[in-house]
Write a new protein. Structure first.
Lengths: 123, 295
């Protein structure tokens, strides 16, 4: 894994260093940041899988900022896209978890209601 | 897995070293993972529940495939693959969430139906209760009316008895309620026709009898000891019959009233004195008790 990254970074550095002039607007980093706060609001920190992807998203935003400071805007752009994908995944993981809990609770209530109303049928 | 990664790593390194134009034949693991994730998403609930998100994932995968075809297993390919894999996973998660939301909706519906059923039962029970309550209050009204009627009848009987007591002896003994009327009030000497003056009094007796329609009545005639036995018996019977006939004419049911003549039997006083003989000349009206009537 590490060798891959080292290799690809070397490759990226070698092939793209010359054309990294495109400015990364703050709008571009706004998308992953918005996705991160949405995931946090949905309770992603509480769910291990979601927390992992949230961390990956944050780390990649930090990496993107570093890349940007070195003028590697294409790399920064791709890192932000990765960050967005991770943050959105964290958000969906959190949403699924809470909806699942909600459904479970709703069905538990149905069972409870049924058990409460059932005895009245027997006089 | 580790060996595959190492293989990909070395391949990527080799591809980089050999320059991009060499177009590596082996896809990086990011791309193979993205492909697998998409295939999994396509086969799962996303096809039904999140087709739009599945399409987005497909386009992301196509982008990664294009990057791989154009530039080989480079960073662009890996990063686009990375994104594509997550979009495929996201589509699956969205589909699963929509399924869960459907379950929530079904649960809400089920709760509603349980509630409705319970309300229906409650309504039924309430209806039955209302019916029972109506029946109960009707029965109570009936019982109240019955009781009022009985109390009124009792009061009337008492009033009639009290009125009778002013001129007749009214006692309760083992034979039942006994009204003793003096023959002197009812008849002329040796006659068995009722005096006109006595009729109003017999009306009071009839009223009392009519208030106790369930009791049988026996009219018993008695004389004093003067004269022959047979004459006395005949006279006492004739007098009892006369009283009976009059009472029947005042609405006393004939089937429940009988007449009997005892003559000089069963004296209530000594026949040696005028007063005693006067007491012995009498008509007794006996109302047999209810319990005896039932046997």
């Amino acid at each position: 894994m590490r060798t891959t990254i080292v290799a690809t970074l070397l490759l990226a550095g070698a092939s793209m260093g010359a054309c990294a002039t495109t400015a990364v607007s703050s709008e571009r980093s706004a998308a992953p940041r918005a996705a991160i706060s949405a995931a946090e609001e949905a309770g992603a920190e509480e769910i291990p899988d979601a927390r992992l992807h949230l961390k990956m998203a944050k780390d990649q935003i930090a990496s993107a900022e570093q890349a940007l400071s070195k003028g590697k805007s294409d790399k920064a752009k791709r890192l932000l896209e990765r960050a967005t994908a991770d943050a959105e995944l964290a958000l969906e993981l959190a949403r699924l978890e809470s909806t699942r809990a909600h459904a479970k609770e709703a069905w538990r209530e149905v069972k409870e209601l049924e058990s409460q109303t059932q005895p009245t049928t027997k006089p | 897995m580790k060996s595959t990664i190492t293989l990909f790593g070395s391949l990527a390194g080799m591809a980089a070293a050999a320059s991009l134009l060499a177009c590596a034949a082996t896809a990086p693991h990011e791309l193979t993972e993205a492909r697998a994730a998409y295939m999994q998403a396509e086969a799962g609930p996303a096809a039904t529940y999140a087709p739009d998100d599945l399409l987005v994932a497909k386009q992301a995968l196509q982008e990664a495939e294009k990057a791989f075809a154009d530039k080989g297993a480079g960073l662009v390919t890996k990063d686009t693959s990375y994104v594509a894999k997550r979009k495929a996973e996201k589509a699956t998660l969205i589909a699963e969430r929509l399924q869960e939301e459907k379950r929530v909706a079904e649960a809400t519906q089920a709760q509603l139906e349980v509630g409705k059923r319970a309300a229906g039962k409650l309504g039924q029970t309430r209806g039955q209760l209302a019916e029972q309550s109506t029946a109960l209050s009707e029965a109570r009204t009936e019982a109240d009316a019955e009781r009022a009627k009985r109390l009124q009848a009792e009061a009337e009987a008492k009033r009639a008895t009290d009125a009778l007591k002013k001129w007749a002896q009214v006692i309760e003994d083992e034979r039942g309620l006994v009204i003793t009327l003096s023959s002197g009030i009812l008849f002329e000497t040796n006659k068995s026709e009722l005096r006109a003056a006595s009729l109003a009094r017999l009306d009071e007796v009839a009223a009392l009898l009519n208030q106790s329609p369930e009791r049988n009545v026996r009219v018993e005639g008695f004389t004093d000891s003067r004269g022959s036995d047979s004459t006395n018996r005949t006279l006492s019977l004739a007098r009892a019959e006369a009283v009976r006939a009059y009472l029947v004419s005042r609405s006393v049911e004939p089937s429940r009233i009988s007449a009997v003549g005892f003559g000089e039997e069963r004296p209530v006083a000594s026949n040696d004195s005028v007063e005693g003989r006067a007491n012995n000349r009498r008509v007794e009206i006996v109302l047999t008790p209810l319990v005896i009537q039932g046997e």
